[in-house]
Design a protein around this ligand. Structure first.
Ligand SMILES: *Cc1c(COP(=O)(O)O)cnc(C)c1O
Length: 399
């Protein structure tokens, strides 16, 4: 199993995931698809893998937020008198379902505030269905107190929740607030710092089995980037892993971790600055020197796949959703993972893909890992937009 160094190993954690790592497997048909389209047919090409964070544990619709909660739960339990977890998100937020699910297993109440103005509701053809199926239904099934608001994003993440927090306190309850996506929580980045160590241990096994083509690590890691705390946690975790394994000669180089942005609302520079801050917060907690060990150069963002907006399904994203389902039977979500996989596929077809990071094993295929962060529970709300029914010939021509 994974060995975390101190002080990381001393931080309280409440595991929600299975005792074994979430699976990493090859995407054979998407690999072939990408290599067929590759601009340099003389190269050894790419090998595309995925880590199934959507299958990391037993709770409802597993996804990346659970990993974040693994480090937040001890803080909730330490407060002893908490009765209710309160959070918010878009109408089809995956995060809120994962909060509602965690509240269930902790025996706590849960109130979720869903914002009509954020995400796909605005352009949904069937607005009633959008506000009722998918994650909204799941929140209700899990017994959450679901509130829907028209108030739009004020910029101050806590503001719309203040009346709800006051109301709960007036009823004698003790609420615990978790920000949208758990990204503002100071402990929110730790789950994916831990996941970095899990990936590193899986790489060792894959390398022993000669499945990385002579290499010992993935060359690239792609992940969807919303609030960025998943990406930030991975950056911090791999930095720490590189630092503690530095003594072993020629074993580690820097994997390039690329965040695929999923919303055009905030500028790339704003996002870079935010992710650097989140990575440094996590880094400081796990034993890195935040200022010197993590720098701007560690944050790689790609903004080309944001599409029309957060939660708005565009044709290119829908096409990737179709493609993944029809090639490797891989179910993506319309808001995050389809954009992220599209980013990886675009990259895998370009000349850039054939360049390995400095220090990497320079022969053999480039190994790229796509972190599947979950979210498929929102799919039914997007029934009008996907599948888009790619003609079969089109898929065959590409593969
Ligand atoms: C929330 C979410 C993300 C984004 O994670 P951040 O840590 O906010 O960047 C990615 N994928 C899915 C499926 C999500 O639900």
């Amino acid at each position: 199993m994974i060995n975390l160094p101190t002080p990381f190993s001393n931080l309280p954690v409440h595991r929600l995931s299975y005792a074994h790592p979430s699976p990493i497997h090859l995407l054979p048909n998407l690999t072939q698809y990408a290599n067929n389209l590759n601009v340099d047919q003389s190269s050894s090409g790419v090998r595309l893998w995925t880590k199934r964070e959507d299958q990391a544990g037993p709770l409802t619709c597993y996804g990346n937020k659970y990993r974040k909660f693994e480090y937040i739960i001890p803080d909730i339990l330490a407060r002893k008198n908490v009765t209710t977890i309160v959070t918010e998100g878009a109408i089809q937020s995956n995060h809120t379902v994962q909060v509602a699910s965690v509240a269930r297993i902790l025996g706590l109440k849960c109130t979720v505030l869903l914002h009509r103005g954020i995400g796909g509701l605005r352009i949904a053809k069937d607005k009633d269905a959008f506000a009722k199926v998918g994650n909204v239904q799941l929140n209700k099934l899990l017994g959450a107190d679901v509130r829907i608001t028209d108030e739009s994003d004020t910029g101050d993440e806590k503001a719309p929740l203040i009346p709800i927090l006051d109301e709960l306190r007036a009823q004698g309850q003790t609420p615990y607030w978790i920000s949208s996506g758990a990204s503002l929580h100071p402990l929110g980045g730790l789950g994916y710092a831990r996941c970095a160590f899990e990936i590193a241990s899986q790489e060792q096994q894959l390398a022993t089995d000669q499945r990385l083509g002579g290499s010992k690590q993935f060359d690239y890691i792609f992940v969807a980037c919303g609030s960025g705390s998943t990406l930030a946690g991975l950056i911090a975790g791999f930095k720490l892993h590189e630092k503690v394994n530095h003594a072993e000669p020629a074993v580690t180089f820097e994997r390039k971790i690329v965040g695929i942005l999923t919303s055009p609302t905030k500028s790339r520079s704003h996002q870079e600055e935010r992710i650097l801050r989140l990575a440094r917060t996590a880094g400081g907690l796990i034993g890195l020197d935040p200022e010197t060990d993590i720098t701007e150069a560690d944050v790689h963002l790609d903004e080309r796949f944001v599409g029309r907006g957060y939660g708005l399904l565009d044709a290119d994203t829908a096409e990737t959703l179709d493609l993944a389902a029809r090639t490797d039977s891989l179910l993506l979500d319309p808001v995050y993972t389809a954009k992220a996989l599209r980013g990886m596929l675009d990259w895998a077809q370009s000349a850039q893909a054939l360049q390995k990071p400095a220090g990497a094993h320079q022969t053999g295929p480039v190994n790229a890992l796509f972190i599947h962060t979950g979210g498929q529970s929102a799919l039914s709300a997007y029934a009008d937009g996907c599948p888009i029914m790619l003609p079969n010939q089109q898929l065959e021509a590409k593969s």
